[in-house]
Design a protein around this ligand. Sequence first.
Ligand code: WT7
Length: 626
Amino acid sequence: MNQKTTMLSSELNTYWGEVANTFQWKKKWDTIQTGNFTDVNVEWFKGGQLNITENCLDRHLEKRRQKKALIFEPNNPNEAAAFYTFGELHIAVSRFANLLKKKGIKKGDVVCFYMGMTPELMIGLLACARIGAIHTVVFGGFSPQSLFGRLIDSKAKLIVTHDGAYRGDKVTPLKSMVDEALAMNTDKEKTSVETVIIVRRTNNDVDVVAGRDYFYDVLIKDCDLHCPAEVMEAEDPLFILYTSGSTGKPKGLLHTIAGYMVHVGNSFKDVFQIKENDVFWCTADIGWITGHSYLTYGPLLNGTTTIMFEGIPNYPTPARFWEVVEKHQITHLYTAPTAIRSLEKFGVEIPDSFPMKSLKVLGSVGEPINEEAWQWYHKHVGKNKCPIVDTWWQTETGGIMISPLAGITKLKPAHATLPLKGIVPILVDEKGNIVTELVASGNLCINTPWPSLARTIYGDHERFKQTYFSTYKDLYFTGDGAKRDADGFFRITGRVDDVINVSGHRIGTAEVEEAINENPHVTESAVVGFPHPIKGQGIYAFVTCNDHFDHPEDLEKDIRETVQKIIGPIAKPDVIQIVLGLPKTRSGKIMRRILRKIVENDLENIGDTSTLLNPECVDLIIEGKK
Ligand code: WT7
């Protein structure tokens, strides 16, 4: 298997056809690929019919019925781990699917999941796919208000939640947060939720609204073990997943069944070089695309044992990750640079005291991995014997796009290296010209369609076109900058738009600003990312306010609470600087570029400020910088 960077489009289609042939279809496709980036109407495997859960479960039953499909490692290490074989998972999915049907869910309906990381979450997603319902997972760290917005946008009819979710020493009362979200209904803005299913986990007290709320354990008892897999068209939707963009409103990326399955299943096998008895641990939450593609679908499509971890890296101690690796004899560990850096600070003695002999491959995802973290991961976790695959991709791309193949591609720290076969990345300069020199830098675009590209932003195809296909003609624009070296290796340098990457989570600066501006004391705000030693990027907010505060700390606290309430704890600013004015152009546009240079301590490159409407504010901001 080689990673070729240049393929003709007929070769590309032949290749994807071959890959698709390794999956199980109820009916083969008529055309491999149609549509293009100009009209933004890409489709794959049209005419084909399938059910992704038959590919994840049924087709393994003959050989792997007794093999572990899912290992659940609870938040608390004293609680026993749980196991599901492929046979058991097949039954659990069928029963959950029947539960959804009983509650009126049909093909094409949207089901929302707002849960902690327990097996019912994964089972629930597959149950949707079994009957042709569309799943949309909202990460449990988002606030009721964010949930409400996503419920409105997705028109979800049913929501599955927990009485509470464990995370380290905290319990998040998810069901009451669902209640809060549903109480935001007004005549003008009303969710379509008819049913709430509560999975018991923490035994938190919950209110039960008669005729709307039901306990999972009560309903599931009467659900049959058999559920036929719905016959789905290749281009039917599989899921919607929300992610932040450059405007305030999150985007619901829509993925369709066949193309997603083909690339995710295949890239999992190739990148990680998976063997039959491997045990794969992806530490991401299922609320993010990584948890969809490489915790759930990728491993199951390949009949691989996957681990689901409910907890966090440093609970109850910073040795937890390594304990889990030993306990379940993990062969592949796939995590984020921020997790590595957060464990790095506790010293090498901790990982060094675990031999972790089972490990074969390490993976990194979510943000650029700095060289120091790469070396630490390689030496102290991988004991210098495990290749690290630095996988670059996005919610929109569905699966991994640029990455070494474990043990095959030469490794270069902090480089995502080469595109996967069938993927054609290119660099584009400021003017939109394709950069032809090998050694170069530019904005990263993808030249030709690939199967797992999101098809649209749910309910807003115009925004989909605008965001990804209008910056550069006939190209998909990723929003990332990249460099290419003499080996043709790519190094992703980070976002070039108004999106910041905090602990591997994408947060739109406009979204945070809108939230901050909801605070009654705030007049205006500007949010930029700054280099943060653990999170990669932190959130720095400049705020002007309409009152005088003797104790600015009080206002800062209040602003953080506002953001937590509107978006969730993940978007809380790390630094808030209250300023008298924000630098603006004569036309009133806030100059975030200047603010970025200030927080990066790159004062030489601030540029000419004399043409600003209010140049005097720049010095004041620099003086007051935290
Ligand atoms: C953005 C996508 C991909 C799943 C998790 C995040 C950044 C992702 C890498 C990497 C450098 C990376 C990019 C990308 N990113 N992986 N290996 N090296 N940067 O998914 O929330 O959709 O964010 O994450 O900036 O655009 P996401």
